[in-house]
Design a protein around this ligand. Structure first.
Ligand SMILES: Nc1c(NC[C@H](O)[C@H](O)[C@H](O)CO)[nH]c(=O)[nH]c1=O
Ligand SMILES: CC(=O)[C@@H](O)COP(=O)(O)O
Length: 164
């Protein structure tokens, strides 16, 4: 469903398991910091609101969205986390650089998730312009950071339920 038809943060509490048992890593890109900081606030607040302990959330900055993949890999290599949330905002410029970054980070974090059999959540806005990003980082279309947190909790629960 297209985002403009759904408020990203429109989850009822009954749909989200408790986050209390889980440790979360959050990797945040510094590019477009006004946007990524808003995504981070949404993700952090949503984890806490669903029972995560503040001491079970570790947050690390990386320069740009392209570095989210290696950031997630570094965190999961520690063995300390049940899920990693990757937050970034890639805004189309004049060149095809946008396409290379978006494809690299989407494919990269998927590969890291499979490498460690741990959820790595794609909380990366890929927009045509700044306004579209503002609208999805606490604006009229909700906050993708909320969505990323809910997804991380649900996936951590799934992994725990099926672990050997
Ligand atoms: N243009 C954007 C970037 N560019 C930087 C890259 O992510 C990367 O840090 C650089 O290519 C060095 O490896 N990053 C974003 O997150 N958002 C952008 O709009
Ligand atoms: C997504 C980007 O890397 C982009 O913002 C860089 O801008 P440009 O394509 O004009 O160099």
């Amino acid at each position: 469903m297209a985002t403009h038809l759904k408020n990203l943060s429109d989850f009822s509490g009954s749909e989200i398991p408790s986050a209390a048992p889980y440790r979360f890593g959050i990797v945040v890109a510094e590019w477009n910091a006004e946007i990524t900081n808003a995504l981070y606030q949404g993700a952090y607040n949503s984890l806490i609101a669903n029972g995560a302990a503040a001491g079970n959330i570790e947050t690390y900055p990386v320069p740009g969205s392209f570095e989210l993949t290696s950031g997630a890999d570094i965190l999961l290599k520690t063995g300390r986390f049940d899920a990693v949330i990757c937050l970034g905002c890639v805004i189309q410029g004049e060149t095809r650089h946008f396409d290379f970054i978006c494809n690299a980070v989407a494919n990269g974090i998927s590969n890291v998730s499979v490498k460690y059999s741990k959820p790595v959540i794609f909380g990366v806005l890929t927009t045509d312009n700044q306004q579209q990003a503002i609208d999805r980082a606490g604006g009229k279309h909700g906050n993708k950071g909320d969505e990323a947190a809910f997804t991380a909790i649900k996936m951590a629960e799934l992994a725990k339920t099926l672990e050997a």
